[in-house]
Ligand binder design. Structure first.
Ligand code: DOR
Ligand code: ZN
Length: 350
């Protein structure tokens, strides 16, 4: 039996840190375990320009406790007014690592996102030219498309046409939730993760849509893209644990206060920063793939983003007794519930 596992320090390739009091409360939860994270730009107002990204990075670094080290990798929020030259300058200066595409109305704070994809063509062409990755929230928002089909339809109607029209554009399909998305990555991305990769969250490896709806509605399991049928969860598990370099960890840890989750119109998001690494150790062990956890959490992401792997390590230890994880973290805005996998966890970060 494996009772401890030391891996290269992991990175989180999709993270929501918010701002102000919430930023100060949640940042240590990520910085404790992760070396870097791709920081989502869906603030209010969104992080659209290079200047806004620089200011947000400064606020993140000032919120970081002195005894922690952590590198925020900044992103720009793509709008129909985004200036290709501003994007190129932010990339050239090393400020931004990716640009984020939200279809308008797809999720939390996505109102400034894209409706007419032709309008962002010049930005996408510039990004292909300079090698700057596009991170996609892959869901269509057409009201006639069922919410459980929105990812699969996005691939056909939006993603594939964009990729065909923009050779060389590097794309990360974020927080994939379907076998369709995993299959698309495998059949269209080169094996070494050249121009197409996908992130997978911790929670989508653990819950299917029954978790949200059976035995009473469970708002803490509601996120976007919404969890799908069990067959899709199993497909995500297979992709994550397979050692395929095109798949890597992006937690999409998304803090909302309990007041905003437990509401007649609750916010989407699962907060997993606190226990993600322990949960992943459980998942990978359950699938007999503990030796592939390091690739998924620490190696495939840097390879895609053409960054060095972290030089420090993280050790996970197996425990006899189930590990106690706080039910929520305290923030000045109110408690934020930590994702509950629904089963005991016997792994902890040393
Ligand atoms: O569940 C989600 N929460 N999905 C997203 O795409 C956004 C995120 C958030 O910002 O809360
Ligand atoms: Zn997200």
């Amino acid at each position: 039996m494996t009772d401890s596992l030391t891996i290269t320090r992991p990175d989180d390739w999709h993270l929501h840190l918010r701002d102000g009091d919430m930023l100060r409360a949640v940042l240590p939860e990520t910085a404790r375990h992760f070396g870097r994270a791709i920081i989502m730009p869906n603030l209010v107002p969104p992080v659209v320009t290079g200047d806004q990204a620089a200011a947000y990075r400064d606020r993140i670094l000032s919120a970081l406790p002195e005894d922690m080290s952590f590198t925020p990798l900044m992103t720009l929020y793509l709008t129909e007014e985004t200036d290709p030259d501003d994007v190129a300058a932010a990339h050239a200066s090393g400020l931004v690592t990716a640009v984020k595409l939200y279809p308008a109305g797809a999720t939390t704070n996505s109102a400034s996102g894209v409706t007419n994809f032709d309008k962002v063509r010049p930005v996408l062409e510039k990004m292909a030219e300079i090698g700057l990755p596009l991170c996609t929230h892959g869901e269509v928002t057409d009201p006639d498309i069922d919410i459980f089909d929105r990812e699969a339809v996005f691939i056909d109607r939006v993603l594939d046409p964009i990729r065909q029209a923009t050779p060389g554009l590097r794309v990360v399909m974020e927080h994939i939730t379907t076998a369709n998305a995993a299959d698309y990555v495998r059949s269209h991305g080169t094996v070494d993760g050249g121009d197409l990769g996908a992130t997978i969250t911790t929670h989508h490896l653990i819950i299917n849509r029954n978790a949200i709806l059976v035995g009473g509605i469970k708002p803490h399991y509601y996120c976007l893209p919404v969890a799908k049928r069990e067959e899709h969860r199993l497909a995500l598990r297979a992709a994550a644990t397979s050692a395929d370099k095109r798949f890597f960890l992006g937690t999409d840890s998304a803090p909302h206060t309990d007041a905003n989750k437990l509401s007649a119109c609750g916010c989407a998001g699962c907060f997993t920063a606190t226990n993600t690494m322990a949960l992943l150790a459980h998942v990978f062990e359950e699938d007999g793939a503990l030796d592939h956890l390091e690739g998924f959490a620490s190696q495939h992401g840097p390879a895609f983003y053409r960054l060095p792997e972290n030089t420090s390590t993280l050790t996970l230890v197996k425990t006899d007794e189930p590990v106690h994880v706080p039910q929520s973290i305290v923030t000045p805005d109110g408690p934020v519930t930590v994702f509950d996998p629904g089963f005991p966890i016997h792994w902890t970060v040393a």
